[in-house]
Design a protein around this ligand. Structure first.
Ligand code: 3PG
Ligand code: MG
Length: 395
């Protein structure tokens, strides 16, 4: 990686502002953390700083509070979880800037940890406001960005603050960039990308960028409907992005020009409604009824995709194959998670919902890498420069 990391800078006894992405999923009813992978993933950086006698000042956003304090999006429960994981106290404060916070930061002893309140309680965070960035910078002597999941956002705590402090990457940031640039620049072939999720529009940039790199592209999930429609199939009530049909057509052509085999489902599960009460029926893609929704890939597609994936040495996956939140429509997604977990190949899981499914199935440690960035990993694989990364010091 061409950016400086915490290994390259003097941290002993210094106040270090660490931007983490602890925007973890919470249970809607109880507010409990349902997946703490993002906290776990930042532990190597936090432990390293503690072990090297730094004064650690963590900051993150949680949810989208829209520039005001929202009780359910306070950082205290996250700080508690962190405290349990590092087996050390984590001091919290009611804000992320201001005199009281400065006092807490200045009274930290070597190896102590302070956790600031949700940075998005201030509208200035997302506006990348100069004064707000300066107020954050005032708390510390060094800035570390370990928030890969937020690196695609040019906010005050990811970009603005780097104007006022020496800014380096943490270990999670380093690992994400190394693994993801590895599959872009130097993948072991054959290389397959397995893409799903609701919308084609979310994945166009990614497909365009990887067409020159992959050998095989497998498409399932909601986004397959737009491609199937372009190929002349009836897709029933499945949402189709009409305005993206030309692009889908072009992607099919580009794949063929690039010698990439792009495969779509050969059978699907359809249902009368997208709800837990509705039972699914498997049909050939030529037999999708007009009054039904596509809700999953079918068993023949699972075997076809599995057989293709088994022949590959690098697998990248982003996006579920069906409506996985509903048990009876989750088979395609689960079958492929299980398949990937048993492969010898390099398996990289894009972040967001795909990562949450793998974690829910307790199979994260069977994958080569599960990214902590949803939007960020997509942007990166589109070939875009992430502002939070660009702002860090070059080696
Ligand atoms: C995410 O989960 O996508 C990141 O934490 C960034 O959050 P955002 O999408 O609300 O900017
Ligand atoms: Mg997001």
């Amino acid at each position: 990686m061409d950016k400086k990391t915490i290994r390259d800078i003097d941290i002993k006894g210094r106040r270090i502002l660490v931007r983490v992405d602890f925007n973890v999923p919470l249970d809607i009813k109880t507010g409990a953390i349902t997946d703490d992978s993002r906290i776990q993933a930042a532990l190597p950086t936090i432990k390293y700083l503690i072990d090297h006698n730094a004064k650690v000042i963590l900051c993150s956003h949680l949810g989208r509070p829209d520039g005001k304090a929202v009780e359910g999006l306070r950082m205290a429960p996250i700080a508690q979880r962190l405290s349990r994981l590092i087996e050390a106290p984590v001091v919290t404060v009611p804000d992320c800037i201001g005199q009281e916070v400065e006092k807490a930061a200045n009274s930290l002893r070597d190896g102590q940890v302070l956790f600031l309140e949700n940075v998005r309680f201030h509208p200035e965070e997302k506006e990348n406001d100069t004064k707000f960035a300066q107020a954050l910078a005032k708390l510390a002597e060094v800035y570390v960005n370990d928030a890969f999941g937020t690196a695609h956002r040019a906010h005050a705590s990811t970009v603005g603050v780097t104007k006022y402090l020496p800014a380096v990457a943490g270990f999670l940031m380093e690992k994400e960039l190394t693994v993801l640039s590895g599959i872009l620049n130097n993948p072991a072939h054959p290389f397959v990308a397995l893409l799903g999720g609701a919308k084609v529009s979310d994945k166009i940039g990614l497909i365009q960028n990887v067409l020159a790199k992959v050998d095989l592209l497998l498409i399932g999930g909601g986004m397959a409907a737009t491609f199937l429609k372009v190929q002349g199939h009836e897709v029933g009530l499945s949402p189709v992005e009409e305005e993206k049909q030309d692009i889908a057509q072009k992607l099919l052509e580009d794949a063929s020009h690039n010698g990439v085999s792009l495969l779509l489902p050969v059978d699907v599960m359809i249902a009368g409604s997208i709800s837990g009460e509705s039972a699914g029926v498997v049909v050939d893609i030529r037999d999708i009824a007009r009054d039904k929704y596509i809700v999953d890939i079918g068993p023949r597609t699972i075997s076809l995709f599995s057989q293709k994936i088994k022949g590959c040495r690098t697998v990248f996956w982003n996006g579920p194959m069906g409506v996985y939140e509903i048990l009876q429509f989750a088979s395609g997604t689960k079958a492929l998670v299980n398949l990937l977990a048993g492969l010898e190949a390099t398996t990289i899981i894009g972040g967001g919902s795909t990562a949450e499914i793998v974690e829910e199935m307790n199979l994260s440690d069977k994958m080569t890498h599960v990214s902590t960035g949803g939007g960020a990993s997509l942007k990166f694989l589109e070939g875009k420069i992430l502002p939070g990364v660009a702002a860090l010091l070059d080696k």
